[in-house]
Unconditional design. Structure first.
Lengths: 140, 140, 140, 140
């Protein structure tokens, strides 16, 4: 199974008043890691949009928080495909801080294949066969 | 059942390249609406922290996305308690755009009562009885 | 001289570990208040872009910080035109907290008129006469 | 003269509807690069705060924008001290995209030495001699 890893450092601006990561920041990283995962299997989401008017939009996202992230910790985010359907792909993102290896966050993004040729009205469509084949291979 | 409403306008900086709201922004609003909900029932989270060393930290969050939010739409966010346990409270946040009344997002925050008197090691504790009573009344 | 006022509450997610507003948040509000100012004089930046392929892009921004913003303070942001040239408009944004009336931040955005008909290469152009006339009137 | 370099990739969530970086994101990176610069000369801002109740707060920030940042560009941010006074230090942050070497942004942060022992009322103080000596050496 294809896994993509990203290393990120917790910065001052990621923290709240308790000195721990403000949780919407995790979703920003998860979204970025989703794009980088697609990139790592040869699917650039910007080019898919521009060249084929296809986008993988969000249906549902979620996170479980195990331990709080703290200032200047290094975090490893590992992304893989957790489920693949006709129209949707479920990405799983797991975050560990690298010093102790503690689990911080498990996050999920359920993305649906959208035809965005009409910018005012996106329409869910089956994932095109060539793209589905790439995702299947990455999910094995 | 106590419900708190917040009206918010989608701004340019909330949008992504597709011209729709970038989903981590919804979680920023949900977090803000969580704080405003606590405020509305007489529980100020900053004072709880400072005066009683109690915080309602996140265990789990999730969102379902029904329609994308767009530039300068007015959004109404309605927050209420969906479940209350010994240590946790589940907040539900529903977002509609106000012009057509369309449902955009349903979000959940499961918050756990934490003793934060040791800033390096938060500890889950039962919600103190006086605070639990306030939450019970709001949940009815 | 036309002034536009926006009221905003400082939320938990705007704060850093010191319990004061993390300064990039001020720029997010300033950008939003810039858009709302244009709206208030009948210039919707999204429509200008879509219908006339004109955008007011940023050349320079700056902020002076006088006092820190804090949790759940109400902030009044007043926006007006500080200077108008052939191609550029300088917006001034002043932030006071409303309880004591203390000055928190003075910010500036120098925006230049761009022809964005080629999405890969924006080009600075003189502000079209009808739009310049609206800005002149607002600046008086 | 000490220079610190950080490499960062422009992510989807950094972009606005025009497909270019939303400018408050540059300030988030600049703040992070300020912290990393201090780190690189042996001054950890979190420890300074916790151990000596000293913080380098913002008096003024500014950015000039030369070219827009775009999706998945790699950006090199170079930070150095541009001026050093009794109470203040001016950091300069220059951003280039690495593929063509084009200049994107020049940013400045004027930071003042604050005694934050009273969390409700920060007070500007001269930079302590040992810290001033470290900054002088880095500025040479």
């Amino acid at each position: 199974m294809k896994k993509n890893e990203v290393i990120r450092k917790v910065m001052w601006g990621d923290l709240d008043s308790l000195g721990i990561v403000f949780y919407p920041r995790y979703y920003e990283w998860i979204d970025a890691c989703g794009h980088l995962f697609f990139d790592s299997i040869g699917l650039n989401l910007k080019r898919l949009w521009e060249e084929r008017k296809i986008e993988f939009g969000l249906v549902e996202t979620s996170c479980h928080y195990f331990r709080p992230g703290r200032y200047h910790q290094e975090i490893r985010i590992t992304t893989n495909i957790d489920a693949l359907e006709e129209k949707t792909v479920l990405l799983k993102h797991v975050m560990h801080e690298t010093a102790q290896g503690s689990l911080l966050v498990k996050g999920f993004e359920k993305r649906i294949c959208l035809d965005v040729s009409d910018p005012e009205e996106f329409r869910a469509v089956p994932i095109p066969p060539d793209i589905h084949a790439i995702l299947e291979k990455a999910a094995e």
